[in-house]
Design a protein around this ligand. Structure first.
Ligand code: NAP
Ligand code: ZN
Length: 346
């Protein structure tokens, strides 16, 4: 069993630190990837800090993984040595349930195996991408197209698909007005993708500090949610609002921004319950929905779409020893717009 270098958390209260983990021996359908870059998703922070409950420590986070294949199992046909590949939030699923069969493994009825802090089919806790190598079954490895650099592609494996999937599902496109709440890791990629799909995009951010960036990324309007006028001026505007904020929001206020038949999709991993008035929904046949990442087939489609439209994440590349500091900056909404770890510094 190969031992590899990693960076992870030994408990919810200790900072992340260097450690070593074991990867499984290559099975016939496995792909060994040398990780070059790993994005820092806010979910990594929720997980290691225990926001979402007890974790199988030590936890090595990281589900925005980009690298190069260095070895493949005897039966692997989808990937070869030297291929540029990505691994996102899932590394396996039951493959038999109705959702898996239609390519929506993220909604696997038996529960997908997540890239880290999940119990794999071998009974062991999975460990993520803040590490030098990862072994994943070929069906959960995707191809990173030519034209997308690995560093800017890494965040697409979670942030990209998490926005692409609901934008497609709720038909973001020409003639549709889309509001994106929160210009962080998820939000900024969402602006680019929604714009490329042809939608008219408005960013709803806490302040106007990042307005220029929002417009450059493709938004045609940028509003501060700290300004009560925003909610009056934009009332009844959007066909779709995508909420990337993990803190609780005043849902009634945001639902009031939806046009008739509009949908607000919640993506943030908010732990606290959020009250909602029935009248915010029934008065204009509005919907409140949620969406989780996307399936493997759709993840490949998203990467191909991003390559075709020249969409990568806007990143700040950091060394492994800066991970804890980066976490604090993400928590302070001081991220422009995704931290990506250069795994060579591990
Ligand atoms: P992020 O980079 O921290 O971005 C979140 C943004 O939300 C911030 O940049 C900030 O933007 C805004 N925000 C933060 N605190 C706020 C508050 N108290 N009130 C209003 N706005 C606030 O995080 P991320 O990596 O994009 O992830 C966002 C959330 O999505 C996390 O909870 C994460 O776990 C979750 N997530 C869900 C999925 C899924 O499948 N559904 C996938 C990945 C991540 P402004 O400064 O512009 O206001
Ligand atoms: Zn994520």
């Amino acid at each position: 069993m190969p031992t590899v270098s990693a960076y992870g958390a030994k408990s919810a209260t200790e900072p992340l630190a260097p450690l070593t983990i074991e990867r499984r021996d290559l099975g016939p359908h496995d792909v060994l990837t040398e990780i070059k870059y790993a994005g820092i998703c806010h979910s990594d922070i929720h997980t290691v800090r225990g926001d979402w409950g007890r974790q199988p420590y030590p936890v090595v986070p990281g589900h925005e993984i980009a690298g190069v294949v260095t070895e493949v199992g005897s039966a692997v046909s989808a990937h070869g040595v030297g291929d540029r590949v990505g691994v996102g939030c899932m590394v396996d699923s039951c493959r038999e349930c109705a959702n898996c069969r239609r390519g929506e493994e993220q909604y696997c009825l038996a529960g997908a195996t997540y890239t880290y802090a999940s119990i794999g089919k071998d009974g062991k806790a999975t460990q993520g991408g803040y590490s030098t190598h990862i072994v994943v079954t070929e069906d959960f490895v995707v191809r990173i197209p030519e034209g997308l650099e690995l560093d800017v592609a890494a965040p697409l494996l979670c942030a990209g698909i998490t926005l692409y999937s609901p934008l497609r599902h709720w038909n973001a496109g020409a003639g549709r007005k889309v509001g994106i709440v929160g210009l962080g890791g998820l939000g900024h990629v969402g602006v680019r993708i929604a714009r490329a799909m042809g939608a008219e995009v408005t960013v709803l951010s806490q302040s106007l500090k990042k307005r220029e960036d929002g417009l450059r990324l493709g938004a045609s309007d940028y509003r501060a949610t700290s300004d009560p006028d925003t909610f009056q001026q934009l009332a009844g505007t959007f066909d779709l609002i995508v909420n990337t904020v993990s803190s609780p929001l005043d849902l009634d206020a945001y639902l009031g921004l939806l046009a008739t038949d509009g949908t607000m999709v919640h993506l943030g991993g908010t732990v606290e319950p959020m009250p909602v008035s029935a009248f915010s929904l029934l008065s204009q046949r509005r919907s409140l929905a949620g969406s989780g990442i996307g399936g493997i087939r759709e993840t490949q489609e998203m990467l191909d779409f991003c390559a075709e439209h020249g969409i990568g994440a806007e990143i700040e590349v950091i060394a492994a020893e800066q991970i804890n500091e980066a976490y604090e900056r993400v928590l302070a909404s001081d991220v422009r717009y995704r931290f990506v770890i250069d795994i060579a510094t591990l």
